[in-house]
Write a protein that binds this ligand. Structure first.
Ligand SMILES: Cc1cc2nc3c(=O)[nH]c(=O)nc-3n(C[C@H](O)[C@H](O)[C@H](O)COP(=O)(O)OP(=O)(O)OC[C@H]3O[C@@H](n4cnc5c(N)ncnc54)[C@H](O)[C@@H]3O)c2cc1C
Length: 436
């Protein structure tokens, strides 16, 4: 028996691709989707911050399109950076036109200097994230966007982070793109996501729900609380009490530190490794305003420290049915260390002030709805410790019949598409093993 823990996209995809094999899937919540969920409040639909589909893998794109058929819509990205009281298109590094001339000059000269400089020889195998930014994009782009934006997002000095995860997220431009972007010449889309897809209505939760007709033996309200790895027994707690599942293999999609904590017979050294993994949480502040079209953009990045948030998005601009006529809705993201808490009232007040200062809201705007979700595990920190610890932990768990997958199971920075791909790949491996 295969026991899948968690019915987010990774768990659902594993179940979907295990069709015909004996499996059970148990989920702590009363609904599927994990981070890829949506909820409705006062007539407004919100995701747990905006969840947009950017495909890089044709097989996963085809699977999602076959599950959602005509319920998906493609959009040309309208994402911007707001700095120096100016909107510039994202990504910043190839769109500096419109910024104050001295800022554009710093960005251009800094980038040009990277072309003749040999990469820094850092003591470790990869440079720190900060060094990578300076080596690849130059001092000006670092100063005016990359460093302040990422400090806000990651909540730690960037020289504590590695650079081995950035390649697909932070595209390195060539000099022609940087110069064209400084002069306002647009001849190509740039970046990992020049377009995206999103459900026409209902929010992103329609994606996990589309797996349900093909998924069997799903039990909600069942939280994994302990695993005896030697005896291959897992204990789940629900409102009805505890139940024990015997297993040949566990597919776990819950956060790696949570999984390790629940494996009661793992050596203390493994617990110590997992205990030192670091991450940041995100406050997802959702608002609705009694004014149409407060912005014509899909989402905006805010690098400057005077704004508390690093990003704000406008769901009704990519799915108008997610709100009410005559209104606008927005999601705002603020990173925070997991140990620090702020009251909902204080957060909403801070966000409102910041949005007014940025000119997105006006002082006369009436908020018709507000809500805060705290995403406890949001961004895994890629510090120098992570890669060795995760490798050792995954190896030890695998030896005990536990495959840990998904964004937080592999403890990485990946997308919905990746979670679906990981579930699929593991299911295929288990199928081949069973057939051998
Ligand atoms: C702020 C933010 C914005 C994002 N935006 C995008 C985007 O625009 N596009 C994109 O592609 N990706 C985006 N992502 C990434 C995306 O959310 C994830 O890659 C994906 O949803 C991960 O799916 P998963 O199944 O691996 O994990 P999860 O969604 O975390 O699923 C894990 C499941 O396990 C369950 N669970 C946890 N503990 C237990 C337990 N003890 N017992 C039983 N069940 C348990 C949870 O309830 C959950 O259902 C974003 C992520 C964040 C944090």
């Amino acid at each position: 028996m295969i026991v899948i823990v968690g019915a987010g996209l990774a768990g659902l995809s594993a179940a979907y691709h295990l069709r015909g094999m004996p499996y059970k899937i148990l989920e702590r919540e009363r609904e599927v989707g994990g981070l890829c969920r949506s909820y409705v409040k006062d007539g407004f639909t919100f995701d747990y911050t905006g969840h947009l589909l950017h495909f890089r893998q044709t097989a996963i794109k085809a699977l999602v399109e076959s599950l959602l058929l005509d319920r998906l819509q493609k959009h040309a990205r309208k994402s911007f950076v707001f700095s120096h009281d100016t909107y510039t298109e994202y990504p910043f590094q190839v769109n500096t036109y419109g910024l104050p001339p001295e800022v554009v000059r710093e960005c251009l000269l800094g980038f040009i200097a990277t072309l003749s400089r040999s990469p820094s020889t850092a003591p470790a195998d990869s440079p720190s994230f900060k060094q990578w930014i300076i080596d690849s994009l130059g001092e000006g782009i670092a100063k005016h966007f990359m460093v302040p934006f990422n400090e806000k997002l990651w909540q730690v000095p960037l020289d504590e982070l590695t650079s081995d995860w950035v390649s697909w997220l932070v595209p390195k431009p060539d000099v022609k793109d940087v110069v064209s972007g400084a002069l306002g010449i647009k001849d190509k889309a740039f970046g990992y996501n020049p377009s995206f897809q999103y459900p026409v209505s209902g929010g992103i939760k329609v994606l996990p729900e589309a797996f349900l007709p093909s998924v069997e033996n799903l039990t909600y309200d069942s939280e994994l609380v302990a695993i005896e790895t030697e005896k291959r027994r897992a204990v789940f707690r629900s409102a009805q009490g505890e139940r024990t599942e015997e297993y040949d293999r566990i597919i776990s999609t819950i956060p790696l530190p949570e999984l390790v904590r629940r494996c009661v017979d793992l050596p203390a050294s493994m617990r110590e490794l997992a205990g030192a993994l670091r991450w940041v949480s995100v406050y997802n502040v959702n608002l609705a305003v009694a004014r149409e079209h407060v912005s014509d953009k899909h989402w905006i990045y805010f690098p400057e420290h005077r704004y508390p948030f690093y990003r704000a998005g406008f769901p009704m601009n990519f799915s108008p049915s997610m709100g009410q006529p005559g209104c606008s809705s927005m999601y705002v993201e603020i990173s925070h260390p997991p140990t620090e808490q702020e009251s909902e009232t204080a957060l909403i007040e801070r966000v409102r002030r910041g949005l007014e200062e940025a000119g997105v809201l006006q002082p006369t705007d009436e908020l018709v709805m507000s809500d805060v979700k705290d995403l406890y595990y949001a961004y895994v920190l890629f510090d120098r410790y992570r890669s060795r610890a995760v490798k050792e932990l995954l190896g030890e768990l695998e030896r005990r019949g536990i495959s840990s997958i998904g964004r937080y199971g592999l403890w990485e920075h990946t997308s919905m598409e990746d979670a679906i791909a990981q579930g699929q790949q593991l299911a295929m491996r288990l199928r081949m093993r069973a057939a051998a």
